[in-house]
Write a protein that binds this ligand. Sequence first.
Ligand SMILES: NC(=O)N[C@@H](CC(=O)O)C(=O)O
Ligand SMILES: [Zn+2]
Ligand SMILES: [Zn+2]
Length: 437
Amino acid sequence: MSDTRQADVLITGARPYGEGDPVDVLVADGVIAEIGAPGTVEAPESAERIEARGQVLLPGFVDLHTHLREPGREDTETVESGSRAAALGGYTAVFAMANTDPVADNALVTGHVRRRGEEVGLVDVHPVGAVTVGLKGERLAEMGTMAASEAQVRVFSDDGVCVADPLVMRRALEYSTALGVVVAQHAEEPRLTQGAQAHEGERASRLGYAGWPSSAEESIVARDCILARHAGARLHICHVSTTGTVDVLTWAKELGVEVSAEVTPHHLLLTDERLETYDPVNKVNPPLRAERDVDRLRQALADGVLDCVATDHAPHAEQDKCCEWGAARPGMLGLQTALSVVAQTMVRPGLLDWRGVARVMSERPAEIARLPDQGRPLAEGEPANLVLVDPDAEWTVRGAEFASVSENTPFEGMRLPAVVTATLLRGRITAREGKSD
Ligand SMILES: NC(=O)N[C@@H](CC(=O)O)C(=O)O
Ligand SMILES: [Zn+2]
Ligand SMILES: [Zn+2]
């Protein structure tokens, strides 16, 4: 992904990782050229200036789990609209899930997504390849061809559905090792979730929703950790939602299984109490869980048992959300609210500092996907993939104001802390003061 030469950018008075005294940061030719005490860094007259006023400077965020809906559902999101949302949310790289129409189970589709991302140029769009043909869970997709193609697919997932057949999953893990890629599992034992609508428990029973048991997630996570162990493969678990999954991951990591896991912002903030509203904006897979799950997920993210935050940004059309619960599609927007929800649930309660936010939103996801130029230290000579955050500002969420085509945010009307004031992709300003470039 190449950029033409851009104007230099001088960021004055920023605090890297929110630590220490403010510094000036000169960005030139796509890299961090110089970091120095305020007033000591010289920039050409033509340089763009960003006054940080003590705001927090972090490496640009990396989202391992985004649904951009292109091709097939451009009425709900496109690579372009999703890229704008990503830049405004502080992201410099996103992984676009394969459950498009047609499915991204071949190099033609992954190539299209990659190229569209490059044309838009606001964020690095990395297509995720499907594990199985048509997400049907039966035959492996041509993982090798996709990995070797121009799109250089590095993450494979049937997300939306689980790779439920253990033999298919075993083969996928074996191939992934040979290819140096990672399989990301949507952990849901389908036999246990037939007709499921909401977190299994007292509330779902009372409101008349068929329950989605925690064991449907945990049994697949346990199984796949064992399969990965025997295959010597890396494994990534999508959208962890239960305390039992945290137990299984703790056990697997102690055993030395190379498993990583993500948690979504909505599972860090919301509980199944939202079911009381009957509003399908709260319908999501896996479902919003109990308070004890939320508490445990926050703790596990702080401890590192959960590696990173991923949005599972899932745009849906109004007619698929503003309808009766049973008919509504699961999923919610996430790109433009992720940082603020992490600030609210992790930073404010003292579970993570800003260096910790850099770890879970940038460094770890970049490592899991093996991106060489993302999640890098804030140091001279490093790529200028950066986000500037005002930690003291607050804002009110309005879905209609998002860059996304869709508006299905469960955070509508909430006042949240932390605002992205600028995002830079290889030294180019992609978002500034709430406007994408
Ligand atoms: N999370 C969701 O509820 N929905 C996702 C699919 C998925 O992530 O499983 C979607 O594609 O809409
Ligand atoms: Zn999923
Ligand atoms: Zn998803």
